[in-house]
Design a protein around this ligand. Structure first.
Ligand SMILES: [Zn+2]
Length: 80
């Protein structure tokens, strides 16, 4: 599974500072970027980003309602 190399519009190479020279593509769950003006090359894992977003969303849905119920019970307690 590989996507074709595509230029990123407006991207500036961190090594030679040329604009519109960065190409990006994906292969085997890894995102690659390189520069056609110099020998800049880097690779970034794609899977980590997606997992982090999913965990945050699940935690929010579970915690918010439980906190509200706990506070209501305490306020209405007649003891004291
Ligand atoms: Zn470059």
């Amino acid at each position: 599974m590989a996507t074709p190399k595509r230029f990123i519009a407006g991207a500036i190479c961190p090594r030679c500072a040329e604009m519109d020279r960065i190409r990006a593509w994906e292969q085997n769950g890894v995102r690659y970027r390189d520069c056609v003006s110099c020998d800049f090359f880097e690779q970034l894992p794609i899977e980590d980003d997606g997992q982090a977003e999913l965990e945050t969303r699940v935690n929010r849905e579970h915690e918010a309602p439980q906190a509200d119920d706990f506070q209501t019970v305490k306020i209405l307690d007649p003891k004291g």
